[in-house]
Design a protein around this ligand. Structure first.
Ligand code: GDP
Ligand code: PGA
Ligand code: MN
Ligand code: MN
Length: 612
């Protein structure tokens, strides 16, 4: 077979920068199947960025911004704005290994089915080959992926979100293992067919083959479905690698906190999508003297080090952050990061002077905007100007709060882990769990209201264990057992303490009881003082909660201060109701794979509630 090469005047590299036989054979095989017009091997250079972004501007996909250097505005197809959980599949060899929380299709059947969609799918398009590494390139065992895509939007975004290009090709030797990541938007340009700014297909499949470390994504251009290093590799496939190799791939931010006394702690926190990870990762502390620095905002890979502590690495190199709600008051570090440019904005609004806008960026919207659907927008339009899941994609290195050690292959030692969700009731602002097993139980029954980050209804409470429900590559019961086992093997004194938090509890008038954002440092401070044994707490059936005066409320508004008691309250009746819904959740996991220890934890919680 002949390898297709470009005949255009383009300066794109059309000869393979690798001799890896597995990669060469795989690219040939996929090119044969998908029939692209040309193949481009991405080198990750500024030249390539300029060429691709110019092409995207010419095609009408990108609008170059005047308001920010080297930055672009883009709107998607209105039906391709979020992850598609009902189209996401874990195609393990045995159905039971996918567990009750995942869609499963037999891997052979899925390959046959999807191959028919892929056949000729890249006609008239360019096939880009992107080599990338999740985590620092100088890690002891760097985790490589190669993504094939027919989307230049994806190629550009992968430059921001991952370590990619020539420096990765150079690292790949003939036998380097890599995750095969195949992506097509599923919109072939057959003879005479005109392209559209955001090609995609009505039919979508986001399929994972855990045993063969392969990802097949078809039909969507949206980040979580198409930037395959992120959710597909760094969470779903990596969770399986972690199970097999004794580590954890988690949906967590990583934050460095330094007290006024100069004591540093690193913490990790798992919240479901659109529940506050990126904002907490870039926190501007409301308490004087505290410093917060960013290591990661979405994914943490964690393993125990030789010293017995749990170390976390951020496998990504960029932020793919929720735009709405991000403003100078709530998240000045995110604003400063994107203001430095080199960013892509998807489904935000566009201002008349060539900048982006979204709800929450400023208190008052500009008089006129182009909304995320490309329509004229004024305040009287009655619809959001930016899609609720509109996103900025920007390099982590530009973040003013980035910690110098964000790229350290050794990772950072984690002192505390926070699990949180979006709950209008029941869950207090913060509670410290009793020990690792109780912490794992608390995380295993984490719940949250659904958000616009996934297609489907918004605001429905569901169990989202460890904030990993949409990202688990294997059976949820086995995953709980893995967490319990890692804790049981570790030195108890060195295990991170586990806390539960809820920034989103509401009062009777429906407004948030806690101001959140930079004020969250008050909760983090209390938690760190609990590690040192210096903060007061009250025992409740669900864990230790700060006593009335234990939270440092220095400088907090009187109006906010008045609500802290309500935000911290643990209501026995509400929790009894909660245990009924937990009963259902555990029943759905199925008898033989839910660890007995978690069943015992639930029974113990019920007894504590009875006694309180
Ligand atoms: P992520 O998707 O988990 O990274 O969540 P983000 O940090 O992007 O936040 C998602 C949405 O929640 C945004 O609209 C934020 O403005 C909002 N948000 C984040 N943190 C807080 C908080 O502490 N309190 C409140 N009320 N909203 C928050
Ligand atoms: P998020 O990341 O957690 O920042 O929303 C994207 C996603 O989870 O879809
Ligand atoms: Mn996420
Ligand atoms: Mn985020």
């Amino acid at each position: 077979m002949t390898r297709r090469t470009s005949v255009t005047a383009s300066s794109a590299p059309t000869t393979a920068p690798t001799k890896h036989p597995g990669i060469l054979a795989w690219v040939d095989e996929i090119a044969e199947l998908t029939a692209p017009e040309r193949i481009v091997w991405c080198d990750g250079s500024r030249d390539e960025w300029d060429r691709l972004t110019d092409e995207l501007v010419e095609k009408g996909t990108f609008v170059r911004l005047d308001g920010k250097p080297n930055s672009f505005w883009c709107v998607s197809d209105p039906d391709d704005v979020a992850r598609v959980e009902d189209r996401t599949f874990i195609c393990s060899e045995n159905a039971s290994d996918a567990g009750p929380t995942n869609n499963w299709v037999d891997p052979v059947d899925m390959r046959i089915l999807m191959a028919e969609h892929y056949r000729g799918a890249m006609a008239g398009r360019t096939l880009y080959v992107i080599a990338f590494c999740m985590g620092p390139l100088d890690a002891a065992e760097p985790k490589f992926g190669v993504q094939i895509t027919d989307s230049p939007y994806v190629a550009v975004s992968m430059q921001i979100m991952t370590r990619s290009g020539a420096r990765v090709w150079d690292k790949l030797t003939a036998d380097t293992e890599f995750v095969r990541c195949l992506h097509s938007v599923g919109a072939p340009l057959h003879e005479g067919r005109a392209d559209v700014p955001w090609p995609c297909d009505r039919t979508k499949y986001i399929a994972h083959f855990p045993e063969s470390r392969t990802i097949w994504s078809y039909g969507s251009g949206y980040g979580g479905n198409a930037l395959l290093g992120k959710k597909c590799f760094a969470l779903r496939i990596a969770s399986v690698l972690g199970r097999d190799e004794g580590w954890l791939a988690e949906h967590m931010l990583i934050l460095k906190l330094t007290s006024p006394q100069g004591k540093t702690h690193y913490v990790a926190a798992a919240f479901p999508s659109s529940c506050g990870k990126t904002n907490l990762a870039m926190l501007e502390p409301a308490l004087a003297g505290w410093q917060a620095e960013t290591i990661g905002d979405d994914i943490a890979w964690m393993r125990f080090g030789a010293d017995g502590r749990l170390y976390a690495v951020n496998p990504e190199a960029g932020f793919f952050g929720v735009a709405p709600g991000t403003g100078a008051r709530t998240n000045p570090n995110a604003i400063a990061t994107v203001d430095r440019g080199n960013s892509v904005f998807t489904n935000t609004a566009l201002t008349d002077d060539g900048d982006v806008w979204w709800e929450g960026l400023t208190e008052q919207p500009p008089a006129h905007l182009t909304d995320w659907r490309g329509n004229d927008w004024t305040i009287d339009s009655g619809t959001p100007a930016a899609h609720p899941n509109s996103r900025y994609c920007t390099p982590i290195e530009q973040c003013p709060s980035v910690a110098p050690e964000w790229n350290d292959p050794a990772g950072v030692p984690i002192s505390a882990i926070f699990f949180g969700g979006r709950r209008a009731s029941t869950v207090p602002l913060v509670a410290e769990t009793f020990d690792w097993a109780h912490g794992v139980f608390t995380a295993s029954v984490l719940s949250s209201e659904t958000t616009a980050a996934a297609a489907g209804a918004v605001g429905v409470v569901r169990r989202d264990p460890m904030a990993m429900l949409p990202f688990l590559g294997y059976h949820v019961g086995d995953y709980f057992a893995h967490w319990l086992k890692l804790g049981a093997q570790a030195d108890t004194a060195k295990l991170p303490k586990i806390f539960q938090v809820n920034w989103f509890r509401r009062g009777e008038d429906g407004t948030f009881l806690w101001p959140g954002f930079g004020e969250n440092v008050r909760v983090l401070k209390w938690a760190l003082e609990r590690l040192d044994g210096t903060a007061e707490a009250e025992w409740t059936p669900i864990g230790y909660v700060p006593s009335a005066d234990a939270l440092d409320l220095t400088g907090l508004d009187d109006a906010d201060r008045a609500l802290v008691g309500q935000a911290l309250a643990v209501d026995t009746d509400e929790w009894v109701t909660e245990t009924r819904s937990i009963d259902e959740w555990f029943a759905g996991i199925g008898g033989n794979r839910l660890p007995e220890e978690l069943r015992e934890q639930l029974a113990a919680l019920k007894l504590r509630l009875l006694g309180s």
